[in-house]
Design a protein around this ligand. Sequence first.
Ligand code: BG6
Length: 484
Amino acid sequence: MVSRVIPVDDFDLVIFGGTGDLARRKILPGLFRRFCSGQMPKDARIIGAARSDMDDAGFRQMVRDAIAEFGGKNATECDELDAFLAALHYVTIDARGEGGWSELAGKMRSGVVRAFYFSVGPGLFGDLAQRLKTHNLADDDSRIVVEKPFGRDLASAKALNKDLATYFDESQIYRIDHYLGKETVQNLMAVRFGNVLFEPLWNSQYVDHIQITVAETVGVGGRGGYYDKSGAMRDMVQNHLMQLLCLIAMEPPSKFDPDAVRDEKLKVIRALDPVDSHHIVRGQYAADGDKNSYRDDVENPKSFVESFIAMKVHLSNWRWAGTPFYLRTGKCMKARSSEITVVFKDAPHSIFGADEGRHRNVLSIQLQPNEGMTLDVTIKEPGPGGMRLVDVPLDMTFADALGPEAEDVPDAYERLIMDVIRGNQTLFMRGDEVEAAWAWTDPLIEGWQARNDVPKPYEQGSNGPEDALMLMHRDGRRWREIKG
Ligand code: BG6
């Protein structure tokens, strides 16, 4: 199976924060891979812009090192590195002042797509947007790309949206949630809306419950300062898990078009019920031998911020009334595994007798590390000895089904940046979606802050706190095992 690479239009991409961590780890190596694949036009320009004093040669060296470190296998096998580096330029810029802006203008071409990636803290979004306009760098067709965190509550997200809207139309603003760029996340839509098999059963009549797990093995690492002001709720649930929930729960859009899809996602967020405090479990990883605890990592011995959260949520709409969604995410867990599991209800009547126990169809969609799907179906256990039933998985691991091409899918950032150049906003969050997500999140956070809720300690390398297991056991259900 050969994947089709369709080159995008010629472009100039300016990366503000071009020397930062995200640029070095993801954006620049990702662009290099798109260059090697033939998707990025050879004449396209990438202009790094940051405060550091650097020239084009220094920037190219930095990118060469970043590609060696973070580019992955495809990058080391590609012999077009020098050609790619020649497309790179650098400008020292002052986001809050006037220095560097005319030099940037001098490096940009007319007649090509102009995109500006704000890989900087949200505090600079407004300043950058304003200067792009006052220096005539952006026109009505230019695009800006903004990174999370998009605000830390509803009020700050509204203020950011307002700032950006002063200078740019919503159709020019690309709010990144890199989970939407993951291959299997898009596959969720293909599976749901490209097959007749699932959709008739995709509702509270047939679905017992849905689980969404995003487990990580890493701790907060060197990001303690940021993380301790966010916690798992703001860092993961308000954005990534919320997006997964939307794609699983939304109604079929009338077409695969940015606003049709985003309208349906917005309806899901607005249908979310407030969550009862008994249905939220927060945790913090404890010290383990010579491994730091969460509080050590964030250097805040009194921190009440969660590195783990599990919750049961409900949607008030016709499709999902009565079907719980269990969400959990955490750092320092047993394995790196992101999985969505749809557990169907029991057959209405068992003709095989009560002894055969409970057999259920379970559709499990693995997002990472190994992308694929399994569907557990009940069959007869082979051999003599009567009618005994057994559940076996129909395994649809994409790499097996689609061959090596399936293992060679672009990283989320690569795909999303190409979508920016193509002008396709389907996989980006609209301003009203982000605000609706914060409107649901804020009262939950305010609730546990008002209660002085203390997160439960959990062992590193575990499934999270015991109470998270109880959250499901109380309902006669259990979490899927976290397997890497
Ligand atoms: C980021 C969070 O948005 O997503 C990180 O800020 C988290 O804390 C990361 O580790 C997880 O992304 P992925 O793609 O590794 O699952």
